[in-house]
Design a protein around this ligand. Structure first.
Ligand code: B12
Ligand code: SF4
Length: 471
């Protein structure tokens, strides 16, 4: 049986797809060796079509941002191989299974974690198991969607085989924004699943997608790290976890492992969990860059709209402390949040500019289905079609439709005036990334930008920019 696992393109920068890598290693461990992966984030669609004719089952990993692209791909796949079984999994499949049936995009939709479910589905396709007995799926019966019993979240993450790093050539991620963010190839690794917090931009969707918060043991993590170091000779790792700092005791043990293996690492941390002691420990263990989701420069928005339990002062102190210790910081903010007042956007811009951070992400808030943000977006934009909707033009409270576009221009100007440069050529979309020239040094930045262009001939982004301008 040949199984093809496909990660779809979202249009945003994409990283190594641990989702299909985990499913692949689970299937291989159970004896299904013929598993092939395609990541459309970094590979051409033609590669996928070349694999299709002799494939029995295809599994798509679908995010809400990539759902729209699936229609065209499925049409072409069915033309090449009408017999193929199509399974959909991932965040959008879990949140909106009926979308796939309405558009005839999959026979079976997997809800939640996919390792055990995909294995059982293969058993069904081989006639060894009954479809109705598979937990955590949706399928069509007499034109109606049936959902089976939910599949319990995998409690012992150590029981899973390490993700299959051969599913996509890891060197493909050693370019563009990834290389710029993390330096030379940094390997993504997952220490935990889900998150115990409850922010409005994320929940309850994330709990549905990733379940309750669970961690791997530091020992299990150490085994994988040792394997990766041996295989790639690389000692740079990037935690794909939502937040690595939610459990202090766990993080402290992970730091011990990192220190022992002489690794440098990066990860996302929540401001309220940080203090001098843990930051120092992280630094000593090789942490050289932290992502902080600060999100707003308005205390009211943080408290009342998003539900972050930290103060702006704490955010400022934490960034300063990290910088003092030699840890670079990348702070992420959102503007045009449903429920935010226009003047609170200025608070966010001012706060972001006053921070001592090398990198700042300014995002136009997105609407992920089943989040409290999304419920609010829907309230202000009745009938909103999230897949076709350009978020530069949505309405929130009493704003006019073009407001986010004006705000974007204003932000660009302000950051540039204050000595920041845009360092990502992906800024054209909802995210603007700024790089603090004062901290990095003008010449070093210019040199890196030119070197990057010469090395990568960043034609993809330039082509896209031209297309947009022509449009
Ligand atoms: C790391 C991460 C990133 C990384 C890398 C993502 C990547 N390569 O896929 C970066 C920083 C690049 C990123 C960016 C974005 N991300 Co992100 N990201 C995550 C995060 C924190 C972890 C993902 C991960 O690796 N999980 C570990 C694996 C094992 O879990 P998993 O992906 O959920 O896969 C399991 C199941 O979903 C299922 N499954 C998945 N695929 C398939 C396929 C089949 C066939 C089957 C059967 C099952 C199955 O089985 C898997 C194993 O159990 C998640 C949150 C989370 N899930 O915890 C958000 C998350 C996936 N991201 C999200 C978003 C919105 C984005 C962006 C669009 C952000 C934006 N700009 O708006 C971009 C788009 C990125 C892209 N791929 O192009 C949303 C998606 C929501 C949605 N409804 O689609 C999430 C859920 C966060 C959230 N709070 O809402 N992200
Ligand atoms: S935004 Fe971060 S801290 Fe908040 S619920 Fe989501 S993953 Fe957790």
């Amino acid at each position: 049986m040949k199984i093809l696992l496909v990660n779809l393109k979202t249009g945003y920068f994409s990283g190594f797809p641990l989702s299909i890598a985990y499913i692949s290693s689970y299937l291989k461990d159970k004896g299904y060796k013929n598993v092939v992966g395609v990541d459309l984030g970094v590979e051409p669609e033609e590669k996928l079509y070349k694999e299709i004719s002799n494939t029995d089952v295809i599994g798509f990993s679908v995010m809400s941002k990539s759902f729209l692209g699936l229609k065209r791909i499925v049409k072409r796949i069915k033309e090449i191989n009408p017999e193929i079984k199509i399974v959909a999994g991932g965040p959008h499949a879990t949140l909106m299974p009926d979308d796939f049936f309405k558009n005839q995009l999959a026979e079976i939709v997997v809800i939640g974690e996919g390792e055990e479910t995909m294995f059982e589905l293969i058993q069904v396709f081989e006639g060894k198991m009954n479809l109705k007995d598979v937990k955590g799926i949706a399928y069509l019966e007499k034109g109606k969607m049936k959902v089976t019993k939910s599949r319990p979240w995998i409690q012992d993450l150590d029981s899973l085989p390490f993700p299959d790093r051969d599913i996509v050539d890891i060197e493909k991620y050693n370019q563009g924004i990834y290389q710029k963010m993390f330096g030379k190839l940094s390997i993504p690794i997952l220490g935990s699943r889900s998150c115990p917090y409850n922010c409005a931009n994320c929940m309850p969707a994330l709990r549905k997608i990733a379940g309750t918060y669970r961690q791997r043991s530091p020992e299990n993590l150490k085994e994988e790290l040792k394997e990766l170091i041996k295989r790639y000779g690389i000692r740079k790792f990037d935690f794909s976890d939502n937040e690595v700092s939610t459990d202090r005791e766990w993080l402290s043990k992970v730091c011990d492992v990192m220190k022992e293996l002489n690794i440098t690492w990066t990860g996302g941390c929540r401001i309220n969990t940080m203090d001098s002691e843990i930051l120092k420990k992280m630094r000593e263990s090789g942490c050289d860059l932290i992502f902080f989701g600060i999100e707003s420069g308005s205390q009211r928005v943080l408290n009342e709209v998003i539900g972050k339990n930290f103060t702006l002062q704490k955010a400022r102190d934490t960034v300063n402390e990290a910088q003092k210790l030699g840890i670079r910081t990348c702070c992420s903010f959102m503007i045009c949040i449903p429920g935010e007042k226009k003047e609170e956007i200025d608070d966010t811009i001012n706060f972001a500019l006053s921070l001592n951070s090398e990198k700042v992400f300014m995002n136009i808030a997105n609407s992920v289905p089943h989040t409290r943000f999304h419920f609010n977006f829907e309230k202000h934009n009745p009938g909103l079609d999230i897949y076709n909707y350009d978020f530069h033009g949505y309405r929130t409270e009493n704003w006019d439709e073009t407001y986010p576009e004006q705000v974007k221009k204003k932000i660009m100007k302000r950051f540039e005036k204050e000595g920041y440069i845009r360092y990502s050529r992906n800024w054209i979309d909802t995210t603007m990334v700024f790089y603090n020239l004062k901290k990095q040094g003008f010449l070093a930045t210019v040199f890196r930008e030119v070197a990057h262009f010469l090395k990568n001939r960043d034609m993809f982004h330039i082509n896209n920019a031209i297309k947009r301008l022509v449009k």
